[in-house]
Design a protein around this ligand. Sequence first.
Ligand SMILES: *[C@@H]1O[C@H](CO)[C@@H](O)[C@H](O)[C@H]1NC(C)=O
Ligand SMILES: *[C@@H]1O[C@H](CO)[C@@H](O)[C@H](O)[C@H]1NC(C)=O
Ligand SMILES: *[C@@H]1O[C@H](CO)[C@@H](O)[C@H](O)[C@H]1NC(C)=O
Ligand SMILES: CC(=O)N[C@H]1CO[C@H](CO)[C@@H](O)[C@@H]1O
Length: 337
Amino acid sequence: MKWLQSIANLVAGTSAAVGKNLIVDTDLFSDVDDAGALLLAATSPEANLMAVNVNYPSAYSAIAASAILAYYGKTDVPIGIRRPLSDITFTDNWYHHLGEYASKIAFQYSGGSLPWGQAEKAWDPVKLYRKVLAEAEDGSVTIASIGFLDNLSGLLNSTADSYSSLTGRQLVRSKVSELVIMGGGYPSGHSWNFWGSDPSFTAHVINTWEGKMTFIGDDVGKDVLTGRPLIQQGPANDPVRKGYIYYNYHEPISSWDPLTVLYAINNLDGLFVVGNEGGYNHIYPNGTNQWVSDSEAHGQFFLRLAVSNETAAAVVDKYLLQGALSAKAKSNEVDEL
Ligand SMILES: *[C@@H]1O[C@H](CO)[C@@H](O)[C@H](O)[C@H]1NC(C)=O
Ligand SMILES: *[C@@H]1O[C@H](CO)[C@@H](O)[C@H](O)[C@H]1NC(C)=O
Ligand SMILES: *[C@@H]1O[C@H](CO)[C@@H](O)[C@H](O)[C@H]1NC(C)=O
Ligand SMILES: CC(=O)N[C@H]1CO[C@H](CO)[C@@H](O)[C@@H]1O
């Protein structure tokens, strides 16, 4: 059956490196919109997904990421995760309504480079950043941060190793074209992604990053409710579809992370407008952010929707469903061989 597997890889295009170079740094664990974002990153013909780093240290998060990537044919996308690992599962202590999905996807769809029980095989996220950046063309990599910024702080602090003689900061300067960050409020806010882990890491990354940064605040995706078409028309066995059902039963959810990944891949694309003229984001030690006016500063941006919440939702839903159906179509081609 070996030949069948290599045909499967060919059909799934696992070694094709076309599209925009993208690294996703995700807290895939509690909210399933991270899984939706991974679906988009893995299936978009416009993206070359180079690596996924997980910034929440549950073993289930790493294994679920591997399972999702494997389902979409991306078995060779390396995965890193913050240590030490735990076997914590999500409990909705706030609404007592939302369901847990990461361990279920991890077990039921186990596959790829980190099968069930093998989360410890995941990369150290800082090493993974260094390896992938070192091998990339200069100025070619977009990083989408859709969770906590711990791993990115580690990257900035890293020093020369076997992958590169550059420091982390030098690697970022030469390889990264844009850091896209989901979090904050604009002009000011107090956002989970910024304070929920360790706000000093958030402050370190955002206050000292030297290249282009684009922010998508909490208010942008909150009322963009998506998932219904994926749930109703998606392939029954799609893992992200299952995740959406486990998380919020059959109801749609906010789209913070899918919107962020869509921007990272397709830029403004009629969906977003830049909300500022100059200025920069400042993070206080408690994780609160404040946009600072500064006519000399031109490298940072925050986005607002250019369309209604409903139109934005229709766009996200279209890509979620298209991505799921394209993966299904590929697996059918293999079945028919
Ligand atoms: C990186 O260094 C800064 C100080 O320069 C420190 O505040 C931060 O905690 C360090 N990050 C990590 C992940 O250890
Ligand atoms: C965080 O710190 C800033 C600056 O000291 C302060 O203005 C803000 O009220 C604090 N936010 C919270 C939620 O404590
Ligand atoms: C999205 O919905 C919220 C809440 O109803 C509203 O405040 C906001 O203006 C809407 N955004 C757009 C772009 O329509
Ligand atoms: C290798 C490395 O620096 N990893 C870092 C990733 O981020 C965490 C913060 O939670 C650091 O503790 C690790 O050292």
